[in-house]
Design a protein around this ligand. Structure first.
Ligand SMILES: Cc1cc2nc3c(=O)[nH]c(=O)nc-3n(C[C@H](O)[C@H](O)[C@H](O)COP(=O)(O)OP(=O)(O)OC[C@H]3O[C@@H](n4cnc5c(N)ncnc54)[C@H](O)[C@@H]3O)c2cc1C
Length: 382
């Protein structure tokens, strides 16, 4: 929760005669309020300043819409915690950990994250309005290029839209808001609700094309799965489809587990199954701990290391890691079995144009950090 420790700061303040500092998921307006109302004397921010080191200046100038929002996603703390653990194991360790930030790829590396105006302004077409495409468009435009961004959906955001739906992920929608404001402010031409094709890209006569078309979900071949009961996790999270009372989620990575928490909050009986021995193996330690704890509290059943061994009229038959044979009965099966890069137009774009850049999940499905980082790099090198 934003300001989660302010109530504690207030209690301390009532009992001491020294200034009290309020901390914990504080954004400028909340910090102002806390000081004005006497909840704390001073406000300290941590992660928010990693996300945007210019936050204090922007707040002082009243440019709140220009502040890059911290997602409170723990990408930064995971690196820091590794360093602390390393220091405990070896007190002589000089490891500084790997400070990362989902929204500020320059965190810890600020001197290298600069750009200068383009020597020759170019016409740039960016395909895809996810974080990779939006950052590429923003930076290219700031450098003086003429930039058009084509997005097939009616709104910007890409996977950030379903990504902001699970419990505790609301801050991701602030990132969509931030980019939408910035792209309009710097003058990127937005063509929303339009699918990019070789023809319409060519008619823009671009000098450079950025392909940031994201991913398409993997559909695993599972015997006994009734296709009329199968939906994709992203469609569940965006409310495009409804699910029955009893749900089996196929795939236990971050998306599968977060979708489980989202559906359990709606009172659904949820089971997550995965053929791998561990769920969420690509997530950081803190995120894993938080999600496992949340899913245990919400009584979501997690089955790892399963094998699909057959089918029955009621659903796929599996063998669990304990050797038990079970039928996966469900009203709805939610697919969260990974995604593969969408490279639909890449070959034909490469054949037709010289400057083609493939970035973000379209290059390899990964995370927001990689998408924004590659968007920035591309924007500054065109
Ligand atoms: C539920 C969920 C939760 C997630 N949570 C996190 C998280 O907590 N932290 C994290 O780091 N990452 C998270 N991710 C992953 C993260 O959202 C992606 O890595 C990131 O969005 C990839 O950005 P992108 O710009 O490369 O692609 P996308 O966000 O997929 O955007 C691609 C865009 O291209 C558009 N497009 C495709 N083809 C065309 C075309 N022909 N014409 C026009 N437009 C086209 C698509 O409509 C889409 O809007 C999550 C993902 C999901 C689904």
């Amino acid at each position: 929760m934003p300001g989660l420790h302010l109530a504690g700061a207030y209690e301390v303040k009532k009992n001491v005669n020294v200034p009290v500092i309020g901390v914990g998921r504080i954004y400028p307006e909340l910090g102002e309020w806390a000081i004005r109302e006497g909840v704390a004397d001073i406000i300290a921010m941590g992660r928010a300043l990693i996300a945007d080191p210019y936050l204090p200046n922007k707040a002082a100038d009243g440019r709140l819409e220009d502040i890059v929002p911290c997602l409170s996603c723990w990408e930064c703390l995971d690196g820091g915690i590794q360093a602390i653990v390393q220091t405990v194991i070896d007190p002589n360790s000089t490891s500084k950990g790997d400070l990362g930030c989902a929204v500020n790829p320059g965190a810890g590396n600020e001197a290298d994250y600069r750009f200068s105006p383009a020597s020759t302004p170019k016409r740039v077409v960016v395909v895809g309005g996810g974080p990779a495409g939006m950052e590429a468009a923003r930076v290219s435009r700031l450098r003086g290029h003429d930039v058009t961004l084509i997005e097939k959906e009616a709104q910007l955001g890409g996977q950030l839209i379903p990504g902001s739906a699970p419990p505790h992920k609301e801050a991701i929608s602030l990132l969509v808001e931030y980019f939408t404001t910035q792209l309009n402010k710097v003058g990127v031409k937005l063509e929303l609700g339009k699918e990019a094709t070789l023809d319409n890209i060519s008619s823009a006569q671009p000098d450079a094309v950025v392909w940031a078309g994201g991913t398409t979900p993997v559909v695993p071949d599972i015997p006994g799965l009734d296709s009329s009961k199968v939906v994709f996790a992203a469609d569940v999270l965006t409310g495009m489809v409804l699910v029955g009372d009893c749900v089996v989620i196929i795939g236990g990575d971050g998306t599968g587990c977060e979708t489980a928490g989202f559906l359990a909050d709606q009172g659904k009986k949820v089971t997550v199954v995965d053929i791998l021995p561990q769920m969420m193996s690509k997530e950081g330690t803190i995120i894993q701990m938080r999600l496992f704890d949340e899913l245990a509290r919400k009584k979501v059943e997690l089955l790892t290391g399963i094998n699909y061994v057959g089918s029955s009229p009621e659903g796929p038959v599996i063998r669990t890691a304990d050797g038990e044979s079970r039928t996966l009965k469900a009203d709805t099966y939610v697919l969260a079995a990974g995604a593969r890069s969408n490279t639909e137009l890449v070959t034909s774009l490469n054949a037709k144009f010289k400057g083609v850049y493939v970035i973000g999940d379209a290059l390899e499905p990964r995370r927001i950090h990689d998408a924004i980082s590659e968007g920035f790099e591309t924007g500054r090198s065109i």
